[in-house]
Design a protein around this ligand. Structure first.
Ligand SMILES: Nc1nc2c(ncn2[C@@H]2O[C@H](COP(=O)(O)OP(=O)(O)O)[C@@H](O)[C@H]2O)c(=O)[nH]1
Ligand SMILES: [Mg+2]
Length: 240
């Protein structure tokens, strides 16, 4: 159980070219995900990498852009499912990357798309991660959010959780540390869900039968464990 508590598994999601891979590199502290100015989308498959940060193992899964023109909706959906199996037993948080200063019709639909592809409760585990923090200049991120009602709505839907990255500022370990603090707040809030979250995702409506076969025994064990933990944490209230 300790192991589950200390490891962090994060999945980067969002539209194409908003800086998902760049944000992944910021967390990793090195260029491991392909990110750049190519005319071709660079990330077509979900990929995972691990790094040790502040004494804990942090796994980052990068995914292809939602609503991108080079993959069909079905292909994107498959890669999103694969991102979950890569982050087995399930992610602690989704980082929804939004490019600062770009909030179009597509961005408005992004959460709907995620709910459809992953789980209707995905926003409960999502932190909005703004890229292009360098664009802020003298403004604060709060000012930025407040001027756009739709953006404000999106942040509210994600429980008011957001963070900014300047992915060009590679020397800024503070911005990564602060993000991890926000993830900890989120998982703390969902404390009893840390285990059930993963099982919930795995056992959700996703078509992961192949994956389930391979991991069936582990999953059954985890499920049993999470039920036991839930029972043990709720026992005092049931008795008293
Ligand atoms: N100035 C600036 N450029 C960024 C930032 N984050 C990403 N980019 C650029 O945005 C482009 C798309 O980034 P990429 O990581 O490939 O986006 P992805 O398609 O969402 O994975 C690249 O040219 C990045 O260098 C940022 O914080 N500031
Ligand atoms: Mg990418």
């Amino acid at each position: 159980v300790d192991d589950v508590g200390h490891d962090l598994r994060l999945v980067l999601v969002g539209l194409d070219r908003v800086g998902k891979s760049a944000a992944g590199n910021t967390i990793m502290g090195q260029e491991v995900f392909e990110s750049g100015v190519s005319f071709m989308p660079l990330t077509l498959k979900s990929e995972s990498r691990e790094v040790e940060l502040c004494g804990r193992r942090v796994m980052v899964v990068d995914t292809p852009g939602l609503l991108n023109s080079d993959l069909s909706e079905e292909e994107v959906r498959k890669e999103m499912e694969r991102s979950l199996s890569l982050s087995t037993p399930g992610p602690h948080a989704f980082l929804l990357v939004i490019q600062l200063g770009r909030f179009t019709e597509q961005e408005k639909r992004v959460m709907e798309t995620l709910e459809k592809m992953l789980s209707p409760s995905v926003s409960d585990y999502t932190i909005v991660l703004f890229s292009y923090g360098d664009k802020l200049k003298n403004n604060t991120i709060d000012q930025f959010i407040r001027v756009d009602q739709n953006l404000e709505k999106l942040v509210q839907k994600c429980g008011g959780r957001y963070h900014v990255f300047n992915n060009n500022d590679t020397d800024n370990a503070g911005q990564v540390k602060k993000l991890l603090d926000k993830v900890d707040q989120l998982t703390g809030k969902n404390q009893k869900n840390v285990l059930s979250l993963s099982t919930a995702f795995i056992f959700s409506k996703l078509n992961m039968s192949k994956y389930l076969c391979e991991h069936n025994k582990i999953q059954q064990l985890r499920h049993k464990l999470s039920i036991e933990i839930l029972l043990s944490t709720s026992a005092p209230t049931m008795l008293g």
